[in-house]
Design a protein around this ligand. Sequence first.
Ligand code: ATP
Length: 203
Amino acid sequence: MKKSPPIIGLLGGIGSGKSAVAFALKECGCIVADADANTKAVLHDPEVREQLIAWWGTKVLRTDGDIDRKAISDIVFHDEEARKQLEQLIHPRVRCMQEAQFAETGASTRGLVIDAPLLLEAGLDTLCDALIFVESSRELRLSRVSESRGWTLEELDRREDAQLPLDTKRNKADYVLINEGELDEVHNQVKQILEDIHNGRHI
Ligand code: ATP
């Protein structure tokens, strides 16, 4: 029987370039499950939408009737019970989408990638054969997220404080990819790391 492709998890600080690395892995023949995109899709599932309205009323809706993700994150940011409730509703469905995406594996698939901001926090690392930590200095990460998302240093720190420390993430990793230069350099490192994963070479 043919061995299934390795499952690869991405770790790193906010704005370190995990999605950029996921994109490079996709270009190298991997299937990527993007947890952010899958979560957005799940929030539009009619069953999920009805449940959110049943719990928290129409304040979870925007004026155009669409789900208001900002309103939902405000609710769960201040209420631990609500956060758990939301996770129990969302996580199994996101997991299902990921499994369906990975089931598309073909003969040429070189890896199955989980791009999830809270990979370790959600215990998804237990599914992975290899973990890649994407390294970028705090200054660079700040300049990227202030440019792409308009965040301040305070915003970056507030969000990063809600995650596991970067040292914990780095220590869990099998490979470190330095993303402090051009995107071309990401591509070259991704190619090398994929080869190392297939040959069983670790750092
Ligand atoms: P998050 O944890 O919030 O999901 P992330 O780690 O996935 O963030 P990305 O979204 O990949 O980070 O990168 C953040 C921003 O920085 C994006 O706009 C991306 O295009 C840009 N970026 C990432 N790496 C580079 C690079 N080497 N050169 C230029 N821009 C980059």
